[in-house]
Design a protein around this ligand. Structure first.
Ligand code: CP
Ligand code: NVA
Length: 330
């Protein structure tokens, strides 16, 4: 039987089968080809979507906006400063109002519970544009990029370095388990993903024939890697006070030339972005002044190297988000 995702929410990849994820990746490729060839695809003309952002964004917001317009839809953007959400109106009330006006709702915010509640009340598909726990739209872009660069997903040795218990570490472990990539979290013990999620992913990995490894040892974690992935050391919503301890804890897990040299010769470097690889940002400059660190999770050398595929990855956010919206709204 064919895959039909019409009417479904997209909240976390634990809710999706590997076949459904595969279907979304294939659909993304079709949309990318159409966009590149200039073939119009206004398949959802007449529909409207709303984008709710309680945290800042460049890639996710722009991807939803461009993808929505390419599909022929009307798009509204709301941030907490310009809506009643949270302060004067609860999430269930907001969901029920927006569900009456819009065909789909994107939400970026704090707890996973919030986006799940929104979905429970909205009556229309809800897409998770990042919570503290998961970042599922990023996962499709990452898998599409790996497949484009390495020609396969199954059996790929994928190493995530840094804060492995944040939304990115969690989501990457889940998607690797589902699609058969061997996932290694290379991080200090304190920042390993939660045990219950690791156990769940190990069960899933058994089915797909892959492995989940947690290690504090950089050499062990990076040797033979096909992909080395990292993310910022302090995520949105975390207090500024954690910078100092995080820098101390994660400095050994920086993706630098030595880490890349342990990996396979043709290994790729990935990052969801934004990234602190120099001091050309306000926060980057502040951190340099305060702690004397001029590069954080990745060195500028690796970020700018031929092995780095971060901008292909960023472009793929748009094609994959388009696939998610089309599949769930058509
Ligand atoms: N990777 C990502 O989600 O980027 P934004 O925070 O800019 O949306
Ligand atoms: N872990 C990061 C991801 C940004 C896309 C954050 O939550 O800020």
């Amino acid at each position: 039987m064919g895959i039909n995702l019409s009417g479904r929410n997209y909240l976390k990849l634990l809710d999706y089968t590997s076949q459904e994820i595969r279907y979304l990746l294939d659909l993304s490729k079709n949309f990318k080809d159409m966009k590149r060839a200039g073939v119009p695809h206004r398949y959802l003309e007449g529909k409207n979507i709303v984008l709710l952002f309680e945290k800042t964004s460049t890639r996710t917001r722009c991807s939803f906006e461009v993808a929505g317009r390419d599909l022929g839809m009307g798009v509204t953007y709301l941030d907490p400063g310009s809506s009643q959400m949270g302060k004067k109106e609860s999430i269930p009330d907001t969901a029920r109002v927006l569900g009456r006006m819009y065909d789909g709702i994107e939400y970026r915010g704090f707890s996973q519970e919030l986006v799940e509640t929104l979905a429970e009340y909205a009556g229309v598909p809800v897409w998770n544009g990042l919570t503290d726990e998961f970042h599922p739209t990023q996962m499709l872009a990452d898998m599409l990029t790996i497949e484009e660069k390495l020609g396969r997903l199954k059996g790929v040795n994928f190493t995530y370095m840094g804060d492995a218990r944040n939304n990115m570490g969690n989501s990457l472990m889940v998607v690797c388990a589902k699609l058969g990539l061997n996932f290694t979290a290379c991080a200090p013990k304190e920042l390993f993903p939660a045990e219950d999620l690791v156990a769940k992913c190990r069960e899933i990995a058994k089915e797909s024939g892959s492995t989940i490894t947690l290690t504090e040892d950089v050499k062990e974690g990076t040797t033979n890697a096909d992909v080395i992935y990292t993310d910022i050391w302090v995520s949105m919503g975390e207090p500024d006070e954690v910078w100092e301890s995080r820098i101390k804890m994660l400095k050994p897990y920086q993706v630098n030339a030595a880490a890349m040299a342990n990996a396979k010769k043709d290994a790729i470097f990935m990052h969801c972005l934004p990234s602190f690889h120099d001091t050309k940002t306000t926060i980057g400059a502040e951190i340099a002044k305060k702690f004397g660190v001029t590069e954080m999770e990745v060195t500028d050398e690796v970020f700018e190297s031929k092995q780095s595929v971060v901008f292909d990855e960023a472009e793929n956010r748009m094609h994959t988000i388009k696939a998610v919206m089309y599949a769930t709204l058509k």
